[in-house]
Ligand binder design. Structure first.
Ligand code: SAM
Ligand code: SF4
Ligand code: F3S
Length: 452
């Protein structure tokens, strides 16, 4: 969970707001849109959620656990504000999925779907006028102007030199387990011209690092005949002042050689590729509607190695999809062993009502799913440590983000391979690109010394 704190203050208003953000980077970007809209409508930020007149929870629906977590968080917040006039707003994907029920159960006073994030200030004004308008969940695409707003530089939930840049909204891949297409709607690519104007505006204000965001960035432009993703990435890499560009997420079915060529030819594009595999079994991938095989995936891995001399690969994996046999799970372990991911985000399958997989019978109990998950995590941890040890003695360009959690004499940076590295430093280093010699690994973190 991210607690939203940085914003530009507006004077002479009485009502304050606070946004707590759950879920993915899309939600973080939406929280920035909300903060901008609230400030424009005269609301001012509160120091913490308990002090706020308007408590906003920007939520995630991707797994049941994500929803339960935020519901218990809101319930405990409600208890603590009993007797006060605070308005509790539930925004984001869970609002879109079950907003009506959240109002009925008195968990939320008002719900706002992801489409309405940039308008939340105006919608709150409507709600506050008589407290009767409560549900704002339309998926009307005309609400999309204002998504790429250069004024967004004024609000940030990330360090002063980094910005999330959402390039598409929604997803129409309909992976059979996934709720995202239902809560975020169809694929909408934002105009490349506006995206580039925004990135130039960010660079002119000192932003050095950006992360282009989409559920499947490789599909950028396919809905509106705009340029392809690799062309957009290349143009962004050419913007003066941008020292590093990251992008998330790539879908293997749409990953192109052109993209690899653009990465190869631009030193300011990350060398870390996030390419979710989900399963190592072709039968399960087919049931997941992922539209590639393990062999297709392996071919991409080979191509990445061919085009880019040094790169890292991270992935998402789901265990316990309905009907996954022990042998099929072992195929996932074998794929992980073979591909040797630098990092993997691993999940136990969570049935989501409304998705195609929801109708499939689950044969595994919770304990069995967790057992498989633990075996996968142990394997990945071993591989991650090996991969980290392989970079010892190399020199890495790193952008310094903050103090190390353990010491104020040490700082934490991130390399182009997306490895975290700790080194001696001060707050003067934040946001700077520094060359670091990697000396060792402590736990799962690289340790280094600066050389420039
Ligand atoms: N768009 C990205 C993609 O195509 O891989 C990721 C989107 S999703 C927000 C992030 C990850 O959550 C997915 O890659 C998948 O591994 C996991 N996930 C999605 N639905 C899930 C479910 N029902 N149960 C468990 N994990 C799930
Ligand atoms: Fe979900 Fe698949 Fe879309 Fe990713 S590509 S958001 S996993 S439907
Ligand atoms: Fe969650 Fe919505 Fe993102 S479901 S992962 S916050 S798109």
């Amino acid at each position: 969970m991210h607690r939203y704190k940085r914003y530009k203050q507006s004077p002479a208003v009485t009502q304050t707001y606070y946004i707590e953000t759950f879920g993915c980077q899309m939600n973080k970007n939406d929280s920035e849109l909300m903060a901008l809209s609230l400030v424009e409508q005269g609301f001012t930020p509160a120091g913490d959620v308990l002090a706020a007149d308007i408590a906003i929870f920007n939520t995630c629906s991707v797994r049941e656990h994500a929803e339960n977590r935020v519901i218990s968080r809101i319930r405990s917040h409600r208890k603590r504000i009993q007797g006060r006039n605070t308005v509790v707003v539930v925004a984001g994907c869970m609002a879109q999925r079950i907003g009506g029920a959240l109002i009925e159960k008195r968990i939320a006073d008002m719900v706002v779907g992801p489409y309405q994030s940039p308008d939340i200030g105006k919608l709150l004004r409507r709600h506050l006028a008589d407290r009767s308008h409560r549900l704002f969940l339309s998926q009307n695409e005309s609400d999309f102007s204002g998504r790429i707003n250069p004024d967004l530089y004024r609000v940030s939930d990330t360090p002063a030199w980094h910005k999330w840049v959402t390039i598409t909204h929604g997803c129409e891949n309909y992976c059979s387990y996934c709720i995202v297409p239902f809560v975020r709607g169809r694929l909408i690519s934002f105009p490349s011209g506006e995206i580039l104007i925004y990135i130039r505006a960010l660079a002119s204000r000192g932003i050095k690092e950006i992360t282009l965001l989409g559920q499947n960035v490789n599909q950028y432009g396919m809905d509106n005949n705009d340029v392809a993703f690799h062309t957009l990435l290349e143009s962004a890499a050419g913007v003066e002042g941008i020292e590093r560009i990251n992008f998330l997420t790539s879908h293997p079915k749409d990953f192109s050689d052109d993209l690899l060529r653009v990465i190869r030819d631009h030193h300011n594009i990350t060398r870390s590729i996030h390419l979710p595999l989900q399963s190592g079994s072709d039968r399960i991938l087919n049931l997941m509607n992922r539209r590639y095989t393990v062999t297709d995936y392996m071919n991409i891995v080979e191509k990445i190695k061919h085009y880019i001399t040094r790169s890292s690969l991270s992935t998402d994996l789901i265990v316990g999809f309905p009907g996954e046999s022990e042998r099929e799970f072992e195929e996932t372990l074998a794929a992980v062993e073979r591909i040797r991911f630098d990092d993997a985000f691993t999940y136990a399958y969570s049935p989501r009502q409304g998705t195609p997989a929801y109708a499939l019978e689950e044969e595994l109990g919770r304990d069995e799913k967790i057992g498989r998950l633990e075996r996968l995590i142990a394997l990945q941890r071993r591989i991650k440590l090996q991969k980290l040890n392989e970079v010892i003695d190399s020199v890495e360009d790193s952008i310094i983000e903050r103090f190390s959690k353990k010491s104020l004499n040490r700082v934490m940076g991130r390399t182009f391979l997306n490895h975290i590295v700790i080194m001696p430093g001060t707050s003067e280093d934040f946001g700077k690109m520094i060359q670091v010699k990697i000396n060792g690994v402590a736990g799962t973190t690289l340790q280094g010394t600066r050389i420039a």
